[in-house]
Design a protein around this ligand. Structure first.
Ligand SMILES: [Zn+2]
Ligand SMILES: [Zn+2]
Length: 427
């Protein structure tokens, strides 16, 4: 394996690079065996077996169905501190168009989001941390199922994750094809939006398309609803707040029936917001507006608003600390500390609702412009040692041994953290 084509420094990185080929082999094996949320049986078994070979202190399986948690104690645990690191393990229900040797061996399933790489990076960190143990506290490595729409993080939490492993803080990364390998991005507030699903049922009165005056046409009502809904963002949400409402699917009538006015129509879409206040306002206005517009036409419209994933919001002190750890690894030039949030969503948000922590993006570059969820996407194995070293740095620098008390970035970070109020952090 050729040396990574980016700059990174530090003892952990130098040591992890030595077993880069093994981490890459694991990553490619996981890529070839993609599994959907809560079906990560092969993946969990591979993780389990790798963790055992690493010599971690404890391995717990079956948390959140297919989730795995490894515990590694430092040379000392006198600090009583505990830090969590999380990697997601699941793949997507999509066809892979790559033709390399490690392409998906399962038709209709693909690691199109790089969770194979996330899993391998955390296994790499486990190996280094179990070998070196240069920290004072306990590292908790969380291998999570079902990130892609299954809320695996929430299921692990409901299964007692944080009661069994009461971490002080928790960190996770996502590879990012739009950023170059060797770069890291984060910010001290919202990183990803809340993702909600809306379903609008419009009920009218069906009849003959030639005698439409005798009907209450739900198609016409839906057309008005689709345009009226857009005024919620432009006329109800403050311009300095962010919100998106997209109606992405509509079903009414039958394509073979040109002259049958249907009795019902269904609209499905998504709402994206960063603050709970804006989210609640959008929901309230959707219900009011749909009901009033429909009633103006003699129809009814009911809105089902389902909260799928909350917003992923970093806590300022932990984001500053994680930024410092990343900076020590890749240098100040290669880190963006005020990264723009994405309107995408991520279920690590459930962990950040319970614990302080940070979610980071790791640049990985995009092969032929193949971004996440593209059928030609692949995780860039070059960044495996970087991600593993970043995980290791969070543990070593977050829980330093007493003889390294002078290098305590976490305490420094706490002292320097900007005092953001929840409201200002949530924009
Ligand atoms: Zn994804
Ligand atoms: Zn993902």
């Amino acid at each position: 394996m050729s040396a990574p084509r980016y700059q990174a420094s530090g003892r952990a990185f130098a040591q992890i690079v030595r077993f880069h080929p093994e981490i890459s082999a694991l990553r490619r094996d996981l890529h070839a065996h993609p599994e959907l949320g809560f079906e990560e049986v092969y993946t969990s078994a591979r993780v389990h077996e790798s963790l055992k070979a690493c010599g971690v202190d404890e391995i717990h399986t079956g948390i959140g169905k297919t989730g795995v948690v490894a515990v590694i104690r430092g040379r000392s645990t006198a600090s009583g501190r505990m830090i969590g690191l999380r990697a997601d393990m699941d793949a997507l229900p999509m066809h892979e168009d790559n033709d390399f040797a490690w392409r998906s061996a399962k038709s209709g399933l693909m690691h199109g989001c790089g969770h194979d790489g996330h899993t391998a990076m955390l296994v790499g960190a486990a190996r280094y941390l179990a070998e070196t143990r240069n920290f004072d506290g306990t590292a908790v490595l969380i291998f999570q199922p079902g990130e892609e729409g299954f809320a695996g993080a929430r299921v692990m939490i409901e299964d007692g994750l944080f009661e069994r492993f009461p971490v002080d803080s928790v960190y996770a990364f996502h590879n990012w094809p739009a950023m170059a390998p060797g770069t890291v991005g984060l910010n001290p507030g919202p990183m990803m939006a809340a993702a909600d699903r809306i379903t609008i049922e419009v009920a009218g009165k069906g009849g003959h398309g030639a005698h439409a005056y005798l009907t209450v046409d739900p198609v016409v009502v839906s057309a008005h609803l689709i345009t009226a809904i857009q005024t919620i963002v432009s006329r109800n949400v403050r311009p300095i707040d962010a919100a998106v409402i997209s109606v992405c699917a509509m079903q009414a009538g039958d394509l073979n029936a040109m002259a049958v006015v249907p009795g019902r129509a269904t609209l499905v879409g998504t709402v994206r917001t960063f603050s709970a206040k804006v989210q609640a306002e959008v929901e309230r206005r959707l219900v009011e507006l749909c009901s009033a517009v429909a009633s103006g036409f003699g129809a009814t419209a009911t809105v089902r608003f389902e909260r799928i994933y909350p917003a992923t919001i970093n806590t300022p002190a932990e984001a500053l600390f994680a930024g410092d750890v990343a900076q020590a690894l890749v240098g100040a030039r290669n880190i963006e500390r005020n990264m723009e949030p994405s309107m995408g969503a991520e279920d690590f948000s459930f962990m950040l609702q319970k614990k302080p922590g940070a979610y980071l993006r790791l640049g990985q570059g995009g092969k032929d412009g193949a971004f996440l969820h593209n059928s030609r996407y692949d995780f860039n194995d070059d960044i495996l040692p970087l991600g593993a070293a970043l995980h290791a740095g969070l543990i070593e620098q977050g829980m330093p041994l007493a003889d390294r008390a002078s290098e305590r970035p976490m305490e420094n970070a706490k002292a320097q953290a900007p005092r953001l109020h929840a409201s200002s952090a949530a924009h």
